[in-house]
Design a binder for this molecule. Structure first.
Ligand SMILES: Cc1cc2nc3c(=O)[nH]c(=O)nc-3n(C[C@H](O)[C@H](O)[C@H](O)COP(=O)(O)OP(=O)(O)OC[C@H]3O[C@@H](n4cnc5c(N)ncnc54)[C@H](O)[C@@H]3O)c2cc1C
Length: 287
């Protein structure tokens, strides 16, 4: 009887509402205010069952601070497992930045729709990201590179505030050496050593050699930048459903129950956070 009960529990675990303890395995300082945490569930069975899609997020609970959503920035194909890149903003993120290897948080999820891979296969991909917005894109870029023959050319345009604010520097260097991959970076404010582009990431679009009829653009960043990008991409001839972006809304439950993250009739946590421009333009005052 006990065995059957345990088997039943195993069948339904992981419960979508249930936070599970996870340990920090590695902490990497990306910039002065962004750290990447590698996490592993305390329970190996939960770890083995944890499957996610690129573009999904988890809710992280930190003792005495509450819960907050973070995009998974590693790919399901990565041997490193679950990575979250977290920018210090306030209470919870400030606290987790004090955490060291071996400290524990709780995780629930994965939540959200993730990137529409089925619409991306066979196409050239243009990624445009700003600041910490590279986090969810990194998951998809890693995935695309792991399954290289299933996608066309990959272009990444990335903008940061200053050279010191550039995240995933090792990845950017490694990706730029891959075949059929172009990585272009820019900063708003250069320092004495910076020899690259200066200005907003939107300025890089005109330099990108893309074929609009075969390109899907995947964007993540500040909503104001996304608006400019969408405008320029439409002008370049991309179709409305070839422009895909993640939308961040303050959220609580993560599973479409509380209504915190609703935009019109949709919940960002459940129907998003990834939407095409065709979907986004129906939402009230999103862009
Ligand atoms: C789907 C989703 C995915 C996310 N992925 C990531 C990620 O990969 N990495 C990451 O660093 N952050 C990510 N965020 C944002 C992250 O959840 C917030 O930064 C976090 O909740 C802040 O918590 P806090 O307690 O430290 O800040 P609080 O004390 O709650 O707030 C501190 C300040 O930050 C501002 N703030 C809070 N949330 C946001 C937000 N979403 N956007 C802009 N400003 C905000 C507040 O207005 C306030 O001024 C994501 C958010 C969503 C909805």
């Amino acid at each position: 009887m006990k065995d059957r009960a345990q088997a039943l529990v195993r069948e339904v675990v992981p419960n979508i509402y249930h936070p599970y303890p996870a340990f920090i395995k590695e902490v990497k300082e990306e910039t002065g205010d962004i750290k990447t945490f590698t996490l592993a569930f305390a329970d190996q069975e939960i770890q083995d069952r944890f499957v996610f899609r690129t573009g999904q997020f988890v809710l992280v609970s930190v003792f005495n601070c509450g819960e907050a959503p973070f995009s998974i920035c590693s790919s399901p194909t990565s041997s490193k497992g679950l990575e979250l890149s977290i920018k210090k903003m306030g209470l919870l993120t400030g606290e987790i930045h004090r955490y060291r290897v071996g400290d524990a948080v709780c995780l629930r999820g994965p939540y959200g729709n993730g990137f529409p891979l089925e619409q991306l296969y066979g196409h050239d991909l243009l990624f445009v990201g700003g600041g910490i917005g590279l986090a969810p894109l990194r998951s998809l870029i890693q995935y695309v590179l792991a399954k290289r023959s299933e996608f066309g050319r990959l272009t990444l345009l990335y903008g940061a505030r200053t050279p010191e604010d550039i995240v995933f520097e090792d990845d950017l260097t490694a990706w730029s050496k891959e075949k059929e991959v172009e990585v272009v970076t820019t900063v708003y404010q250069a320092n004495a050593e910076w020899e690259g582009n200066i200005g907003p990431v939107t300025n890089l679009l005109e330099k990108a050699a893309i074929s609009p009829s075969n390109t899907k653009a995947i964007l993540c960043g500040h909503p104001a930048i996304i608006s400019y990008l969408v405008f320029d991409l439409l002008k370049m001839g991309l179709a409305e459903d070839a422009i895909i972006s993640t939308l961040e809304r303050n959220m609580k439950c993560g599973v479409g129950k509380c209504g915190h993250c609703s935009i019109g009739s949709k919940f960002t946590c459940m129907h998003g956070p990834v939407f095409t421009y065709r979907e986004m333009k129906e939402f009230p005052s999103v862009l």
